[in-house]
Design a protein around this ligand. Structure first.
Ligand code: FES
Length: 126
């Protein structure tokens, strides 16, 4: 059974999020689109859906394309190279199977999107 992690908050944190890194200005990621960023050796894809932000590993596990450059439809991003699909909320495929990528916790504070680069453990829900 697939467990969909809790979505990040819309209103964001009330203070600088401890353990998180500022990745982008909120306005740099238009609603319904994604962007890719390299921060501290990590390549992440950041998406905005209905004013909530989601972060997953940017590298497609199939052949390494940038998922941040993929087409986003709802919560599903399609890889720009061969159309493999991922749910940006969980990193899983849309049906819960197939290829998957790590997802990261996201907070919004002071007009910026902050990402915790500690990968979420899919199986323990941690
Ligand atoms: S590189 Fe992403 S589906 Fe092939």
């Amino acid at each position: 059974m697939t467990q969909i992690p809790i979505e990040p908050t819309k209103s964001g944190a009330s203070s600088v999020p401890v353990g998180y890194t500022s990745v982008a200005k909120c306005e740099d990621v238009p609603d319904g689109e994604g962007r890719s960023y390299k921060i501290g050796g990590k390549s992440i894809a950041l998406f905005r859906v209905r004013d909530r932000f989601y972060a997953i590993n940017n590298i497609c596990p199939h052949q390494g394309a940038s998922l941040g450059k993929g087409k986003l439809k709802g919560y599903i991003v399609s890889c720009p190279l061969h159309d493999q699909q991922f749910d940006v909320r969980s990193g899983f495929g849309p049906d819960g199977g197939g290829y998957c990528v790590v997802r990261y916790d996201v907070k919004v504070y002071d007009g910026y999107v902050w990402v915790n680069f500690k990968p979420k453990d899919w199986f323990s829900g941690e």
